[in-house]
Write a protein that binds this ligand. Structure first.
Ligand SMILES: [Zn+2]
Length: 96
């Protein structure tokens, strides 16, 4: 292990989008958390404990994840219409 250069900006924790696999700061990603077997919720911020799938806020990533069932595969859990609607509402068209 080498010491980190002191000039480097403080790094934020990052997570990978399930669709495009870009690494982004956790705070910029949308999350779907499996809260119980067979039950998942959309979480924008705050603490939720459980298996989590992260998505870019880009609508293209959300749509592709939906078509390819990437969130379901990541969480091993069905994702309801309501969650996709919430993700789409939280997403942005100007990215990705
Ligand atoms: Zn993405």
């Amino acid at each position: 292990m080498h010491p980190m250069p002191t000039a480097r900006a403080k790094t934020q924790p990052t997570r990978m989008c399930v669709t495009c696999r870009s690494r982004l700061p956790k705070t910029e990603l949308l999350r779907v958390v499996r809260t119980a077997p067979g039950e998942a919720v959309f979480v924008r911020q705050g603490k939720r404990f459980g298996r989590t799938a992260y998505l870019c806020p880009a609508l293209s990533c959300i749509e592709q994840a939906r078509r390819k069932h990437l969130v379901e595969r990541s969480l091993n859990c069905d994702i309801g219409e309501q969650i996709w609607a919430e993700l789409a509402a939280a997403g942005r068209a100007d990215q990705g």
